[in-house]
Design a protein around this ligand. Structure first.
Ligand code: FBP
Length: 262
């Protein structure tokens, strides 16, 4: 089995995954302030930035647009997803197999699991089959580990997030993508709970340059291996500017202040 560091998803042990599955997960309103980005090609272009080690999209976008970008972009095929029209218990059905993702040229695969929901058993079982196929084909697996469900009042509680990273380790993921547990100390605990699994920070709703880069700096100081970010990049007017700054913070250890151009 290849180690994660031998794959293109990681550079010097770190990753910046650009996520662009929001057309499915959140719907076209996610693009209302940047309507030109409804055209997936505009975001594929962003993924050619040097900072981006993986580009997470659903198979429909990969089928249509990835052939023009396969030399410049590392594809992380998202293998399940759900729309915000679904009002039932959180659940993310499988939309693509590992084998089909590889046919599309995927360098890595990603899968959302919602621990704590009534459908956790099904999701664990479905992740089992994805993880085992990924091992068979020697392709890394990133788990979007997002605890949800009626018993959870607070999705970002420190204990909940360290449980989320631990679940990624226990179920055999290579990367755990988690929401920020509200402090650097809690992030460090979540990183410890993950053992040798790389923990990446989920970007969240768009915030100011300062606020976002400081959050990334705190997460990196806490031992995170980078981030998987969507809206905080492609909802910005100047995505290259924030990608340059993220590259400096994640790969070069710059502070948020150092990374932000005047
Ligand atoms: P953001 O950086 O925009 O939060 O994207 C990360 C991500 O995990 C996406 O892959 C996914 O579409 C979205 O967040 C899910 O967000 P939520 O859990 O809030 O629906």
């Amino acid at each position: 089995m290849r180690s994660l560091s031998e794959t293109p998803l990681v550079r010097d042990g770190k990753s910046i995954i650009l996520a662009h599955d929001h057309g499915l997960e959140h719907g076209p309103t996610a693009f209302s302030e940047v309507p030109e980005r409804l055209d997936p090609e505009t975001v594929f272009e962003m993924a050619t930035h040097d900072a981006v080690t993986g580009f997470a999209v659903q198979k429909g976008l990969a089928e249509t647009y990835y052939p023009s970008y396969e030399d410049d972009v590392n594809l992380l095929a998202k293998l399940n997803g759900t729309s915000s029209l679904w009002m039932g218990e959180p659940y993310s059905p499988q939309t693509c197999s590992v084998e089909y993702a590889l046919e599309l040229g995927a360098d890595a695969v990603g899968y959302t699991v919602y621990p704590g929901t009534n459908r956790e058993p099904e999701m664990f079982e479905e992740f089992r089959s994805v993880q085992e196929s990924a091992r068979e084909h020697d392709v890394p697996v990133a788990m979007w580990s997002y605890p949800r469900g009626q018993a959870l009042k607070e999705h970002r509680k420190p204990d909940v997030i360290s449980y989320a990273t631990r679940i990624a380790l226990e179920l055999g993921a290579d990367v755990a993508k988690v929401k920020y547990p509200r402090s650097g100390d809690a992030m460090a605990t979540a990183v410890d709970a993950a053992g040798d699994v790389n923990v990446v920070l989920s970007g969240g709703a768009k915030t100011s340059d300062d606020e976002f880069l400081s959050l990334v700096e705190t997460a990196m100081n806490a031992g995170a291996s980078g981030l998987a970010v969507g809206r905080n990049v492609w909802q910005r007017d100047n995505p290259d500017r924030i990608l340059d700054a993220l590259e400096a913070v994640v790969f070069d250890g710059a502070t948020a202040d150092e990374a932000l151009p005047e």
